[in-house]
Design a protein around this ligand. Structure first.
Ligand code: SPD
Length: 398
């Protein structure tokens, strides 16, 4: 895997001013997570777009680290990004607030309609469940997906220790723990951990915990996180944590599966042995999808861009670069990942019948048994503010 290229804010700003005199139809403003694309595909898109439409396009690419900061730029700042990549529960919120344009791929010829060709039924189903009233598939196309779990250094941490969320406050790993700076993605596993007895007794479900924004639950998660802080954390990270793991500075990380794939791979090169586990108590399965916000100024290029991201060879390049797994049902994508070094796993839920023993990296494609103990996060509406306040208080308590 190559090292990531980062476009600095300064460079992005320069690029924006350089094209400010250009016709806006020749500019596509993409707002994506950092470390989440093979950046050379952006240039390829410019060429492909011109070949398909006869029109020139310049991509202005900007990145964010956290869903919530991206959202406020659009919701409050009304910034005119043409295509952005929020997570499932943010897509739900943008649907609820009417901030998204419906997608229309009618103009794209069938021969290059990669969305139509490669939609995975599993992803379509999960997107349908985002919002019971509005089908998210009409407003969003999934880009990458994965789970939330624990990355751990096998030299210091056993699989048993890592198989519970409580590893983040295990005194053995004090000051060696990294926590993703993503409030919802930390709140959910901690709440699952705290409610494990009720889950086991059948008095609650993972799905209902994903909607639990009650004061009691927020307070319980806050108390728990304060005890984690007291035990000692190495840091709260958005993207730099991968390096702390590969350099042996941190041993445990509450993180996303794609960061795990990247870190495990990089660590191997320097003799550090990392692994990833989705704790037994349960976790989240998440999806990030391309959407076109209502303030977009170049809907046509945004539509083509989303389609281009679904082209199997482009999806594979993005996967190889980032460590994340494309939400792409193309056989070609699956085949690019098959490797005899892995034990066979059941992927029928994603690739259909016949995919019941596929040798792929189980961190990328979780086995059906892992998926069965994961749930999708949901939007909390106005209650989100309570969580963000709690989050600042916990981080400030260090
Ligand atoms: N480095 C980019 C990582 C993006 C992962 N998104 C996960 C979102 C989970 N809610």
């Amino acid at each position: 895997m190559k090292k990531f290229l980062r476009i600095s804010a300064a460079l992005a700003a320069l690029a924006v001013s350089a094209i400010s005199c250009t016709d806006r139809t020749q500019v596509l403003k993409v707002y994506n997570w950092s470390d989440y694309i093979a950046e050379d595909v952006l240039e390829d898109f410019e060429q492909w777009y011109e070949a398909q439409t006869g029109e020139k396009i310049k991509v202005i690419y900007q990145t964010f680290d956290v869903n919530e900061s991206m959202l406020s730029k659009i919701e409050i700042g009304h910034e005119d990004f043409d295509v952005v990549c929020p997570s499932d529960y943010i897509i739900e919120r943008m649907l609820n607030t009417g901030d998204l344009l419906p997608l229309d791929f009618a103009e794209i010829p069938d021969s290059i309609n990669y969305i139509k060709m490669n939609r995975a039924p599993y992803i379509e189903g999960m997107f349908r469940s985002i919002n019971p009233d509005i089908d998210a598939n009409d407003y969003s196309v999934a880009y990458m997906w994965g789970t939330t779990g624990i990355i751990y250094n096998k030299k210091y941490v056993t699989p048993e220790e890592a198989s519970t969320w409580n590893v983040i406050r295990n005194p053995k790993f004090a000051n060696k723990v990294l926590i993703k700076d993503a409030p919802r993605d930390v709140y959910a596993p901690v709440l699952i951990y705290l409610k494990q007895a009720e889950l086991a007794a059948g008095n609650t479900t993972l799905a209902s915990l994903m909607r639990d924004s009650s004061d009691e639950s927020i307070a319980a998660v806050k108390d728990y996180l304060l005890s984690v802080v007291k035990n000692g954390v190495y840091g709260w990270e958005a993207d730099f944590g991968k390096e702390d793991l590969t350099k042996d500075r941190a041993w445990v990380s509450l993180n996303w599966s794609g960061d795990a794939v990247w870190a495990i791979d990089e660590a191997k090169n320097v003799g550090v042995d990392l692994d990833y586990i989705v704790p037994e108590e349960g976790s989240t399965v998440w999806f990030d999808g391309w959407v076109i916000p209502k303030y977009a100024k170049n809907v046509k290029a945004a539509t083509y861009f989303i389609d281009f991201m679904c082209r199997p060879d482009i999806a594979i390049r993005n996967m190889d670069e980032t460590g994340y797994v494309a939400a792409n049902g193309a056989r070609e994508v699956l085949e690019s990942q098959i490797d005899e070094e892995y034990e066979p796993i059941d992927l029928t839920y994603f690739f259909g019948e016949g995919a019941d023993s596929i040798r792929v990296n189980p961190v990328l494609y979780p086995d059906a048994k892992v998926i069965a103990r994961c749930a999708l996060e949901h939007d909390w509406g106005q209650d989100t503010e309570k969580l963000l306040t709690m989050w600042q208080e916990v981080k400030g308590a260090e």
